[in-house]
Design a protein around this ligand. Sequence first.
Ligand SMILES: [Zn+2]
Length: 483
Amino acid sequence: MTSSISASALAVLALSACATNPVTGGREFTLMSEAQEIQMGQQSDPEVRAQMGVYPDQALQQYVEGVGMRLAKASQRPDLPWHFSVVDVPAVNAFALPGGYIYITRGLMAHLDSEAEMASVLGHEIGHVTARHSARAYTRAASVGIGAAVTSVFFPSAEPYAAAAQTGLGVVFLKYDRNQEVQSDRLGAEYVAKVGWAPSGMSGVLETLGRISAAADRRGVPNWLSTHPMPEDRVVKVAETVQTLEATRAASEWTVNRDPYWQRINGLIFGDNPREGVVRGREFIHPELRFRVRFPEGWTIENGKQQVAAAPPGVSDVTIVLELVPNPSGSTLEDVAVRSMEKAGFVRLRGEATKLNGLPAYLGVYEGQIENAGIVRVQAAYISYERQMYLLAGVVSRSRHLQYQQLFDDTLRSFAPISTQDAARIKPNRLAFTTVRSGDTWQGVAGRTGGLIPATELAVLNGFAANSQPPVGQRIKIVIASE
Ligand SMILES: [Zn+2]
């Protein structure tokens, strides 16, 4: 590991250069020339697209590209090879790579209220590129040796993005500092206003993003708050810029395009894409790999890129994880199980070869030590199914194992194949609209539309505070199951 860090440090030194900041005009130390910036973006872009997936809607992609290009042409760096893509990710975020590659997630698209708001997000990301924040963030990361982090074998990763950081994705998850955020807000609002979109879109975006929980982490992609720090004064700071910009035209001259934007996002996939497994109630179902697992009642299930993890609410030292075992080695299931657990530092206490819903499996209990957690018990099933090997395991401190033994066992034994017909029935949830009736609450609307997302999320999706009332007669976004 040491040698890889020094190698990357050398590579970084070789790239060192002084350059003029395109936004401020000042000279600054940066490790990248513009050509290197572009090359960096070009190199990482295919990886981002492969890892996150490109949202399969050509019309929507072209729409976002069109809005983005107009903004980019209005920026200080119109000649960069700008690219704009909607990535197939449920998390709410937008990213920029050096050189002009901008990504917006479908999760964020769903939360925006108008074209002016979408333009504000793209403008903000363009600002990170034009002001060379993304180049500098990359420089900083490279000099501390990003990618050197090693993920644990299967335990709930203390560092959920460590796996992503090992690939090109780490680059887009780099955190900006507060000043860079404030500067990008201002730059974004300026680009947006220059083209003619209402600069107030930036305020709307920041308010909505401020309501989204910082904790939400889905599919290995952090949300906006984790990568774009949100000091409380950001909304206030950009408000001054917005007011100044707004005064430059009559109110009626600004383009908001709310209805056209809603038409564009009608039917947008919301939440998990069945391609990567879905959470339905307490079940995790993978229609492509054709299996399901039923987790304990009331537990929170996180469908991550590397693993599915479930935990009781408010409890941090108990979890059940599900993941694929890469390159299993061993002549029998028992052999694979004991060997891979040993490799992770766990000793078998007991175990038995068995069948789970017709599938060959090895159930075992192991003991070992986890950093910061002390001695833990792992109750695990290694399951062989359709040329894949799955690991489904409950993890808990040794002293509390007895308390969870039965729940773990029930969950492990719930791993079952599903039929192709059942798999075909799993469809993604989608964005749709409804009109608020008199007497409606967010709770009520969430309930009558199938309860697919909690009332608080529904409020935030519509740009309202969770404790507000939906305004009667107003059209709102809802989440429904595909037919
Ligand atoms: Zn930002």
